[in-house]
Ligand binder design. Structure first.
Ligand code: FUB
Length: 526
């Protein structure tokens, strides 16, 4: 008998002696949270709460233990800390393999806001308290679901979605644990959250489905490589409305997105203001670095403010140059300028330096640095696209900008990038959809052997979204190419947009495949 066979027999005998059966161990899931986890808002929490429905979906190979405690907070100094609840003590004894943390909603109440500075620290400590258990469970942090209350002292989404959710993500990011975006699950379904905070059975089912799908997609914690493959859901920023993403990878190895900001409640593109920057190092966890510039900080800007449209950013010799379109006059048409703000940091402390003299009065700056260090500036609008060289100082043109030749149906939103020795200029068009007669933008591209053209038109690479505008950027990160753009899927409104990202693929001849938009049918699903 071969040695291998002998060993097998020996192992089988040992298993019999020690009583170890070959039966697969059940996976123990622990869910901690507040009244939403306890199923308040459903008729029968025992069967209707989201943990109960998740257990039903997962079947017998999982044990789901739910530890919801009404009114509790993540904050240790909140008005009812989860930390001192009986539920928490029991959760710690539940021998979990996987822990879902679903707190944050009650932290948005007025009496708890004064402790928000401590939220990320407390959330990190909550994560650690489970990671240190003898079972070393996998911890998954959930952002709080959208709420619909209007009482400014109580639970409202202006705080849950805009403050608590990003802080929750920041804690998960710091601890390198997974984060599941639950905020977007019900954001367009107030009807499933009848008392404005607690989902009913149908709302809870949608939460459970999202958790189930995630566990099925990722039975194990995704590795760094897999998270790059996975990416966050689209839109990937859900706590505020953002548009016109310009993506760059800087020397710290993070991917940064400079976006414009659709203010809520919506007041239209004229009132867009307060740029934010977002960054990631794994395409799943995104950090909101906060506001970096507003129209009140532009000394030469129009006195009415607003009109802080699609920006871009460049880096050279230790300085970040933030380029933003903004009019200097009440009559915007002839007074558009390309403003410049600089900082020694990628996402903070920008100071306006002025604007670039001699640029035609158009919008949407794009700054492209070639491999030889030469920097190019593009802008455009209303069918015209211009490009030119910037001087080494990054704030002056090196000669006049010239019209880009060879583009078909150009509208605005220029982006230039380089791949395999070819230059690509991408831009939105002036598409009218025959089905509804409404205007949408699709994104087209042209290629050239030179950064200033002439360009050879190639075709569409991003079909229309659900939005009347489109605007995108293309960047390589950790060996993958990505297309950033925006849609309206969270709001259904063209003036409340949300930034998205999808993978971009080239064909062997360098042409670009049409980008597959994940969650494109978000609106249609409801
Ligand atoms: O977001 C304001 C304007 O809408 C941008 O500058 C355009 O590209 C379009 O997206």
């Amino acid at each position: 008998m071969k040695l291998k066979n002998l060993l097998c027999i020996a192992v089988a005998a040992m298993m019999t002696v020690t009583g170890v059966s070959a039966k697969k161990k059940q996976t123990r899931i622990t869910i901690i949270g507040d009244s939403i986890t306890a199923g308040i808002g459903t008729e029968n929490p025992e069967t209707d709460s989201y943990p109960a429905q998740l257990a039903e979906m997962l079947g017998k190979s999982y044990v789901v233990n739910s530890f919801g405690s009404s009114g509790t907070t993540m904050l240790k100094r909140g008005d009812s800390p989860y930390w001192i609840s009986g539920a928490y003590a029991k959760a710690l004894e539940s021998e979990p393999d996987i822990v879902f943390i679903a707190l944050g909603t009650n932290d948005s109440k007025r009496q708890n806001r004064r402790y928000w500075e401590e939220y990320v620290k407390d959330a990190c400590e909550m994560i650690i308290s489970f990671q240190e258990l003898p079972t070393s469970p996998r911890v998954i942090v959930m952002t709080p679901i959208a709420s619909f209350g209007t009482d400014p002292n109580g639970i409202s989404d202006s705080y849950v979605g805009r403050i608590v959710a990003p802080k929750t993500i920041e804690a998960a990011d710091r601890m390198r644990v997974e984060v599941l975006d639950m905020h977007s699950v019900l954001v367009r379904r107030p009807d499933l959250v009848p008392d404005t905070v607690h989902p009913n059975r149908e709302g809870a089912a949608k939460m459970a489905q999202k958790m189930y799908d995630y566990l099925m997609d990722y039975p194990q914690k995704p590795s760094e490589k897999m998270t790059i493959d996975a990416m966050a859901n689209n839109p990937f920023i859900t706590h505020m409305y953002t548009a016109d993403p310009s993506a760059h990878v800087w020397e710290d190895g993070r991917l940064y997105v400079y976006a414009s900001h659709d203010l809520f409640p919506p007041r239209g593109c004229d009132f867009m203001d307060r740029y934010h920057v977002f960054s990631t190092d794994n395409m799943i966890h995104w950090v909101d670095h906060g506001e970096i510039l507003n129209s009140g900080q532009v000394p030469w800007g129009r006195r009415e403010g607003g009109y802080m449209w699609a920006p871009d950013c460049a880096y050279k010799d230790g300085t970040y140059y933030f380029y933003f379109p903004h009019p200097s006059g009440t009559n915007t048409g002839p007074t558009w300028k390309i403003g410049i703000a600089t900082s020694k940091e990628p996402a903070a402390n920008f100071k306006v330096q002025g604007y670039i003299e001699g640029v035609p009065s158009f919008i949407d700056p794009c700054v492209f640095m070639d491999d030889d260090g030469q920097v190019y500036l593009y802008n455009g609008g209303g069918g015209k696209c211009y490009g030119g060289k910037l001087k080494d100082n990054m704030i002056e043109l090196d000669g006049p900008m010239v019209a880009m030749e060879g583009l078909y149906d150009f509208h605005e939103g220029t982006w230039v990038h380089k791949y395999n020795g070819n230059y690509y200029l991408t831009y939105p068009d002036n598409y009218i959809k025959p089905e509804d007669g409404k205007g949408y933008n699709r994104m087209h591209y042209a290629m050239s052997k030179s950064p200033l053209g002439p360009w050879e038109y190639k075709g569409i690479m991003l079909e229309e979204t659900d939005c009347d505008t489109s605007h995108g950027s293309i960047v390589e990160y950790k060996g993958q190419w990505y297309m950033f753009y925006h849609n309206c899927s969270l709001s259904g409104r063209g003036n409340l947009r949300s930034i998205c990202v999808d993978r971009l693929y080239y064909n062997e001849d360098g042409t670009i495949q049409i980008v597959e938009q994940r969650n494109r049918s978000f609106l249609e699903r409801f």
